[in-house]
Each structure stands twice: as C-alpha cells, then as structure tokens.
Design a protein around this ligand. Structure first.
Ligand code: PAF
Length: 279
C-alpha cells in the first residue's frame, strides 16, 4: 500500500492505476477505522477496483460543541489495518493540502442539509459536502462507497453527484450504499463507540432494538410507540421519525419509509436507521 500525504503523491499513484486500465474505488473516512470501514473496502475489492481510502478529519464539518480536538486520530493503526486489508493507496492529507488558500469550492447542502442532523449540527452537511466534493475532484473515482448508517449524508452525496453530472460538471461516479455493520447485539459500528463507557453499551444497543420493534408495525403511531418502548430511558432522544429515504421529508405513511433515530448515551451522540418492513 502506498501512503500519499501530498496531492502530487496521490496523482502519481492514480496515474499508475490509469496506465494499468484500472477503475478507481474510493472510500472517504475520518480514520479511527473499524469493521464497518473494512466492509466498504471488501465491497470495493469484490468489484476488482484500485482502492483509495482517505483519512482526513475534516474541521469544516465540526460545529462548536462537536469536539474536533477529541476526535480519535489513529493514523498509524489505520495504515496497518488498510495495508493488511489490501488497499492500494491511503491518502492522508494535511488541512493545507485539502484547503489551500483559494480554489476550493464551497458546497451548500441547502434545505435538506438543515433537517435532522442539520438541526443539531448546523453547517455540518455543508462542510461534509465541501470536503467530499474536494476529495472526489482529487481522487476522480469511478465508484465511491458510503455506509448506510449515515443515511442523510449518503442521500446528500448521492444528490450532489447526480446534480453535478446532470450539469456536466463531473464525470459520473457510482455512489454505493453499503449496509450498516453492527456488533453482536445490533449496535451500529461507529468511531464514536470508543467513547461510550462500558456500562452504557447495553443502553446504546437499545437504539437498534427500538428500530427493529418500530419497523415491524403498520401505522406510524404504532411504529413510534413500539420503538419508544424499547429505548433505554437513559437515552436523551434528539429525534425518532419516519422519513422518505430519498428526500428525508417526514412521512405519515409507513410503506417504504426509513425510521431514523438520534440520541445521546452519556456524552456520546449516536445515530442509526432502518427501513420500515425491512426486517
Ligand atoms: O462519514 C464520514 O466519515 C465523513 O463525513 C466523510 C464522508 C469522510 C467526510 O469527511
């Protein structure tokens, strides 16, 4: 595996892939890698792609209370894990590489970016789309892989790419939604889980239990009630809703809806989602 910290190093690696006629698969991450990330790598490998993984803790998607300083940074371990997994290039740029003084396009997530995660993390999705767009421009992938746990992020990236392709602003990128990877009792894997105190893990797991119970019901009121009944009372809920998976508009209907949940377990904020009727 090649470690590229400079854009020029990334470009050299990509030129070799191009000469070899390989299609590029890209997995953007903020590091602190876990099995969820590795499942994305596996997906890319199954498609025979030249795999680039980026590790960049993007300051622009952190808000004031978001604790950018304490976000886990484990580049040495991440590099070993990715190398063992057979990744071709680890792109781990500095902030100066990603955000030079000029020339980086700011992307707005618009109204969709102000819903749900956007209500509690203002500006988060603008920062996320700005860095994903920048990384897409640098890596020029054919296929990009995202986890479904961050369903709103996945929807916004999909829509951004669709719009840019329609405008003739970029070559098509296939955005692949990958299934959420969970621990043995259903807790969605996340870099944040490292910060959940051990004694609160059972409470954290009730997020998924709530989604399972809620997603089996036939009316919205029943979905919400069944989900709430499973939720550990220690969890401070930010939202529990049914949304249209393509627009994140709140829906009263149950068929085809996605149940989304976000809540605090102690000092750690977790999100998860499940398709209603999907289990
Ligand atoms: O999901 C993440 O880890 C980040 O939002 C991403 C896509 C790497 C952009 O910084």
């Amino acid at each position: 595996m090649q470690l590229a910290q400079k854009i020029v190093e990334l470009e050299q690696a990509l030129a070799i892939a191009d000469t070899d006629g390989k299609r590029v698969g890209f997995i953007p991450t903020m590091g602190a890698l876990h099995k969820g990330h590795l499942s994305l790598v596996k997906k890319a490998q199954d498609q025979g792609l030249f795999i680039v993984v980026s590790v960049f803790v993007n300051p622009r998607q952190f808000g004031e209370g978001d604790d950018l300083e304490n976000y886990p940074r484990t580049l040495g371990v991440d590099a070993r894990v990715l190398s063992d997994a057979g990744v071709d290039v680890l792109f781990a740029p500095s902030s100066n590489e990603v955000y030079p003084a000029s020339g980086v396009k700011e992307i707005s997530a618009g109204e969709l970016g102000a819903l749900f995660e956007g209500t509690v993390r203002p500006g988060h999705f603008d920062g996320m789309l700005t860095v994903v767009n920048r990384l897409f421009n640098l890596v020029q992938p054919d296929v990009a892989f995202f986890g479904s746990k961050d369903a709103q992020q996945l929807m916004l990236v999909t829509q951004m790419v669709r719009q840019q392709v329609a405008n003739g602003d970029r070559e098509p990128i296939k955005v692949v939604a990958c299934e959420t990877v969970r621990d043995e009792e259903g807790l969605a894997l996340s870099s944040r889980n490292q910060r959940i105190p051990k004694d609160l893990i059972p409470a954290a797991r009730t997020l998924h239990k709530a989604l399972i119970a809620g997603s089996k019901k036939k009316t919205k009121a029943d979905c919400i009630e069944a989900a709430m009944a499973q939720l550990d009372p220690i969890i401070r809920l930010d939202y529990l809703e049914l949304v249209d998976p393509d627009t994140f508009a709140v829906t009263e209907g149950v068929t085809g809806a996605r149940m989304v949940i976000a809540g605090w377990v102690g000092e750690v904020r977790l999100i998860d989602n499940l398709l209603v009727g999907g289990v």
